[in-house]
Design a protein around this ligand. Structure first.
Ligand code: DAH
Length: 348
């Protein structure tokens, strides 16, 4: 015992002290073994030896603790004396920067393209009222989108999470009248969840209203956008007639592509069509609802699903992955924060 107390007081480092602690009090330590052997003694003896061992144990623990404090203090002082802080080093030394989420990056890509095409960025609130979300967009009272199980209403039933970014058209036209040329990326909400639908998703709305605007303008903007976004020489499109309450006529636009290693290659050597764009000429009722004379002004509008664009361009097959926040996914699909997308070169 005395012998161990001496060893403790002579320990030179915290590591040496730790080995001593294990040697004495570890699972197979000298003292631990002695404690274990108490069981084989008769009761009288056990009580006596047990008390002694406890006293020894307490003394050893105290010695170990106080020596540990002394050694730690000495080690810190030594470090402080030998290590100098270099205040001239750049502050962010060793701090790793994060990356841009694919959604952020693609919204930046889209914004660059539309800005170069002369569209102005517009925004609107995520919480909308029924007027901006449905009435002004010419969506009739019996339309299924108005159902409670399709949309997220707030408790007051008058306000809701917007189901589409088309609401921004309404806000912009009511505020500024015609002419208008905007794009509006943002969130939309619907009661949906599977591999290609999530309850909160992103769209980019576009609106151009002016005099003598025709379908030719719409198709020119569309092909320019697709070529530029997919960095393709050409973007063959197929136009299918469709129905939207806020446009007349309305279309869905498909683009020609082929899949290579899960990633889309847009171009005329594609072998499949996929829907990528919804659009049409703004319905006269919508213009009227916003105080614009449909005899004087016409326009087109479009809506693009942003997650869909990301999945196509970067080869992501499950939309839910975009929202899980899995760091491995973000490391793989994220973009360097200082990389400004510039796909708008060569727009015609
Ligand atoms: N708002 C439509 C939707 O979410 C997409 C859309 C279709 C937007 C046609 C438009 C448009 O501006 O003209 O399904």
């Amino acid at each position: 015992m005395q012998h161990y107390l001496e060893k403790i007081s002579q320990a030179k480092t915290t590591e040496a002290l730790e080995s001593l602690r294990i040697e004495l009090l570890g699972k197979k330590g000298v003292l631990t073994e002695q404690m274990k052997s108490l069981g084989s003694l008769d009761p009288e003896e056990r009580k006596k030896v047990g008390q002694e061992l406890n006293i020894q144990k307490q003394a050893l623990e105290n010695a170990l603790d106080s020596k540990k404090q002394t050694l730690e203090l000495a080690e810190i002082n030594k470090k402080l004396a030998s290590e100098k802080l270099d205040l001239t080093l750049p502050v962010n030394q060793g701090i790793s920067t994060g990356s841009l989420h694919p959604l952020t990056h693609v919204i930046m890509e889209i914004s660059t393209i539309f800005a170069k095409l002369g569209f102005e960025l517009a925004e609107g609130p995520d919480i909308e009222d029924v007027f901006h979300n449905f009435d002004a967009l010419n969506i009739p009272a019996h339309h299924p989108a108005r159902e409670r199980n399709a949309s997220f209403y707030l408790a007051d039933s008058e306000n809701m999470l917007r189901t589409e970014t088309s609401t921004v058209q309404i806000r912009k036209m009511i505020k500024d009248g015609a002419p208008v040329k905007i794009f509006a990326p943002g969130r939309a909400y619907r009661y949906d969840l599977d591999a290609t639908h999530v309850p909160m998703f992103h769209q980019c709305e576009g609106l151009l209203v002016g005099e003598n605007i025709t379908l030719a303008n719409l198709f020119s903007v569309t092909t320019n956008f697709l070529k530029s976004f997919f960095e393709a020489d050409n973007a063959p499109v197929r136009v299918r007639q469709h129905f939207f309450p806020f446009t007349e006529p309305s279309f869905e636009i498909d683009v020609r592509y082929k899949e290579e290693n899960g990633v889309w290659k847009i171009g005329k050597d594609g072998n499949k069509w996929t829907e990528i764009y919804c659009c049409g000429m703004v319905h006269p009722n919508v213009l009227k609802n916003c105080g614009i004379d449909p005899e004087k002004y016409q326009g087109f509008a479009f809506g693009i699903g942003i997650e869909r664009l990301i999945m196509a361009k970067y080869g992501i097959s499950d939309m839910r992955k975009l929202f899980e926040g899995d760091i491995r996914f973000l490391k793989h699909y994220g973009f360097p924060a200082n990389e400004t997308p510039n796909h708008a070169e060569g727009l015609s």
